[in-house]
Design a binder for this molecule. Structure first.
Ligand SMILES: [Zn+2]
Length: 164
């Protein structure tokens, strides 16, 4: 038996996670301020995306999250499975959605892209790696189970698996 790990991902992976955040979708190309996302309405101001009204005359572009949605290229994958999950599927998915609601409030780029059946489980895809990480931690905290998180540098994404 391995001792229980407090944190699913270590310091090095936390560092890598930061790199995911600064990935190609958060291009270094400077957007004019303010810019409003034409899809979700998030506003780019003072070097970050946030929710709020854009002043008249704001520029128009697409935020990184909406670009990922259009390209169907998630930054995070969360696989949910196991007998407990099968028996409590709606409850667990409700928690997953509440996790998104809480995260998205302060971080417009952290959203769920899709929730779909995947083999005998469910695959949740996210526009941000942090949300995938948060979902995994929240499920582990609420329901125990097995949690695994891997940052795949080559693909620049976080893959989380929760099984119970
Ligand atoms: Zn957007």
């Amino acid at each position: 038996m391995k001792p229980p790990r407090k944190h699913v991902i270590g310091r090095r992976q936390e560092q890598l996670l930061q790199e995911v955040v600064h990935d190609a979708y958060r291009s270094k190309r400077k957007l004019p301020e303010p810019t409003r996302c034409k899809d979700c309405g998030a506003v780019w101001r003072r070097g970050r995306w946030s929710w709020g009204a854009a002043p008249a005359g704001a520029h128009s572009a697409r935020c990184p999250a909406c670009r990922r949605v259009r390209d169907r290229l998630p930054a995070g994958y969360v696989s949910l499975g196991g007998e407990f999950f099968a028996a409590h599927r709606e409850e667990v998915l409700g928690r997953v959605r509440r996790c998104e609601t809480a995260e998205k409030r302060g971080h417009p780029l952290e959203r769920i892209m899709d929730i779909k059946a995947d083999g005998r489980g469910v695959l949740v895809t996210t526009t941000g790696a942090h949300l995938a990480h948060r979902i995994g931690e929240a499920l582990k905290r609420a329901y125990k189970g097995e949690l695994d998180a891997r940052y795949l540098k080559a693909d620049n994404l976080l893959r989380v698996t929760w099984t119970r």
